[in-house]
Design a protein around this ligand. Structure first.
Ligand SMILES: [Fe+2]
Ligand SMILES: [Fe+2]
Length: 181
């Protein structure tokens, strides 16, 4: 990020970064790093992609930063589970930061890549239900956050897993379909 981009990004999200509840995500382990660091990386990449694809930078940055805003780890509570945590994060973002409906929706749909994967391979997380219609991103910013989260997760996980390679391919195909008009 350039100095000016960093300044703009900061002006869009500084209230979240300084918030006492958001700061608690520093102690939650996520993809081998802290949830705070992971969310910040996703938000910065979403901001950059938002510039490239001429998206709403405020939505991309704020929803990117709050996409995993749930308390504790995914295994601790049912509402933090693999496919339910986006709904929890979306509700928390509304409750603590009064985010817009567009931002809340972008947060809610950030795990769409995993929903697709589950539809292809139903034995994954068999106990969880997920609907394509409900979790498909509804805006350009939603697609950007979904892609950023996937890419950052791959980098953070270090181990290059087959499921993630498949996810990237699926998401790229869906992006092409989405943006072809
Ligand atoms: Fe997530
Ligand atoms: Fe994430």
């Amino acid at each position: 990020m350039t100095k000016n981009e960093l300044k703009e990004f900061d002006s869009l999200v500084s209230d979240i970064l300084e918030n006492e509840y958001f700061l608690t995500t520093k102690k939650d382990l996520h993809h081998g790093t802290s949830k705070y660091e992971h969310s910040l990386r996703v938000a910065k990449l979403s901001y950059k992609l938002g510039k490239i694809f001429k998206a709403d930078l405020k939505v991309a940055s704020r929803a990117g930063l709050l996409h995993d805003f749930f308390f504790g780890t995914r295994k601790e509570k049912p509402e933090n589970s693999y496919l339910r945590h986006p709904i929890t994060a979306s509700c928390n973002a509304k409750r603590y930061f009064n985010v817009t409906n567009k931002e809340a929706e972008a947060i809610k749909t950030h795990m769409f890549h995993q929903v697709l994967l589950k539809k292809l391979f139903p034995f994954i997380n068999r106990q969880e239900k997920a609907s394509i219609k409900e979790f498909k991103p509804k805006s350009k910013e939603g697609w950007i956050i979904c892609f950023s989260d996937l890419l950052i997760s791959i980098i953070e996980l270090e181990r290059f897993q087959f499921s993630y390679v498949a996810n990237v391919a699926l998401l790229l195909i869906f992006n092409v379909i989405m943006f072809k008009n």
